[in-house]
Design a protein around this ligand. Structure first.
Ligand code: SF4
Length: 361
C-alpha cells in the first residue's frame, strides 16, 4: 500500500532547517526551498532550479507539495470576485477579492464550515469539517495576488480573515500563515495590512495579544446588549458575555497599542432602536475602537433577518461621531454573487463538492 508523503509546506522554516541538518544537507538549502515554496509559489521540486538535481530527487521522494487551486470564479457587477477554492482532499472553501478605491482586499477562509452558530451567517449552516492548513490559507492570498495583477492591474493591499470559519479556533495554523505572509522570504507583506476578524473569544484574544503578530483585530459585535448579542451570536453567552469580551479587548489594547474595529450589522427589528445605540456608545467608549456599520445581505428567502432602514445607519453614525467614536457605513461588496458579509455558503452554478449542512436544532 502506498502511503501519502507528508506535505513539505506543513513544515515551519525551523522544521525545514532541522530536516536538512538531519539529512546531511547545508542549512542554507532550507532557506532556498522555503523561498521557492512561499516566495515563488513553486508547485514542484523540479522548478527549484538552484538546487542540485540529487537534492530535488530526495525531496520528491520524501515530500509532496499539496496546494489549493481555484475551481470557479464569480464576478460581481461591482468588480468583486468570489472564488471557489478547491482543497487537496476535495473540499471547497471560498475567498473574496474586493476592489475599493485604491484598496484591493482579499477575504480569506480559515476553516471548512464553522462550529459557531451566528444566526445571521450563511456559513453557520455548514458543518465544520476541518481547519485549513497554513498552506491552504496562504494559497488563497497567492491566488488573489495573481487575480490582482490580471484583473485589476494592481497590487493586493489588504488581507482580512473574514471568510468561512473562526480564525481564533484555528489559532496555530492562522499564526503560521501570518508568519509566512509577513516573512521577507515568504510573501513579504506588512502585518499592518492583515486583519484578524473574530466572533470574539476572550481567552483567544488575550493569547493573540500576548503573541502579537502585529496585525489588526476586528470583532463582530452587532449588539452591545448581552441578551440581543447572545441571540445573534450564541458564542457570546458561552464565553462570559460582553463584559469578558471588553476585558479581553482592553487587554489587547494595553499589550499592542492598536485600536479594535467593531463590525456592526444593523438589523430591522433587532438593533434599530435608540437603546441599542446608547448601549453601543457606552461599550465602544470603554475600548479604544472604531465602528464599521454594515448593511445586511439576506442569504436567501428563509433568512430570518432584514437590513434596517437607511435612516438608522445615519442615526448610528451621527450619534457615535457626536460622542467622539469614529464610525463608517461600509459599502457591502459582491452581494449579487453571494460574496458579501455573511453570505459565504458554498453556492455555485455547477456542481462542486459541497460542505454538508448542520442538522437543524
Ligand atoms: S460569522 Fe464567522 S464565526 Fe459566526 S458562524 Fe459565520 S463564519 Fe462562523
Amino acid at each position: 500500500m502506498q502511503t501519502r508523503k507528508p506535505d513539505i509546506r506543513s513544515l515551519s522554516r525551523e522544521e525545514l532547517t532541522q530536516w536538512f541538518e538531519q539529512n546531511g544537507e547545508k542549512p542554507y538549502r532550507a532557506k532556498q526551498v522555503y523561498e521557492w515554496l512561499w516566495n515563488k509559489n513553486a508547485d514542484s521540486f523540479d522548478r527549484m532550479t538552484n538546487l542540485p538535481k540529487d537534492l530535488r530527487r530526495r525531496l520528491a521522494e520524501n515530500f509532496s507539495i499539496s496546494k489549493a487551486g481555484l475551481q470557479q470564479i464569480r464576478r460581481s457587477a461591482d468588480g468583486t470576485l468570489k472564488n471557489a477554492v478547491g482543497l487537496p482532499d476535495g473540499l471547497v472553501v471560498e475567498s473574496v477579492v474586493i476592489p475599493s478605491g485604491k484598496r484591493l482586499t482579499v477575504c480569506v477562509s480559515s476553516q471548512v464550515g464553522c462550529s459557531l452558530d451566528c444566526t445571521f451567517c450563511a456559513t453557520a449552516r455548514l458543518k465544520r469539517m476541518r481547519n485549513l492548513s497554513a498552506g491552504e490559507i496562504v494559497d488563497q492570498v497567492w491566488q488573489a495576488r495573481e487575480q490582482a495583477a490580471e484583473n485589476f492591474d494592481g497590487r493586493l493591499t489588504n488581507i482580512v480573515f473574514m471568510g468561512m470559519g473562526e480564525p481564533l479556533l484555528n489559532y496555530d495554523n492562522v499564526m503560521q500563515a501570518i508568519r509566512i505572509m509577513t516573512d521577507p522570504k515568504g510573501l513579504g507583506l506588512s502585518p499592518k495590512r492583515i486583519t484578524i476578524s473574530t466572533a470574539g473569544i476572550p481567552k483567544m484574544i488575550k493569547r493573540l495579544a500576548d503573541e502579537d503578530p502585529g496585525t489588526g483585530l476586528a470583532v463582530s459585535l452587532h449588539s452591545a446588549e448581552d441578551e440581543v448579542r447572545s441571540r445573534l451570536m450564541p458564542v457570546n453567552a458561552r464565553t462570559g458575555g460582553l463584559e469578558a469580551l471588553a476585558e479581553a479587548l482592553q487587554y489587547w489594547y494595553r499589550k499592542t497599542g492598536r485600536k479594535i474595529t467593531f463590525e456592526y450589522l444593523i438589523l430591522k427589528g433587532i438593533n434599530d432602536n435608540d437603546g441599542a445605540i446608547r448601549a453601543l456608545i457606552r461599550y465602544a467608549s470603554r475600548i479604544p475602537s472604531k465602528v464599521n456599520l454594515i448593511r445586511y445581505n439576506p442569504a436567501d428567502s428563509f433568512d430570518p433577518y432584514q437590513n434596517a432602514d437607511e435612516e438608522w445607519f445615519e442615526k448610528y453614525r451621527n450619534e457615535l461621531t457626536r460622542r467622539g467614536i469614529t464610525a463608517t457605513i461600509r459599502h457591502s461588496a459582491g452581494s449579487d454573487i453571494e460574496a458579501a458579509c455573511g453570505q459565504l455558503a458554498g453556492k455555485w452554478e455547477t456542481d462542486l463538492p459541497s460542505i454538508p449542512h448542520k442538522k437543524l436544532k
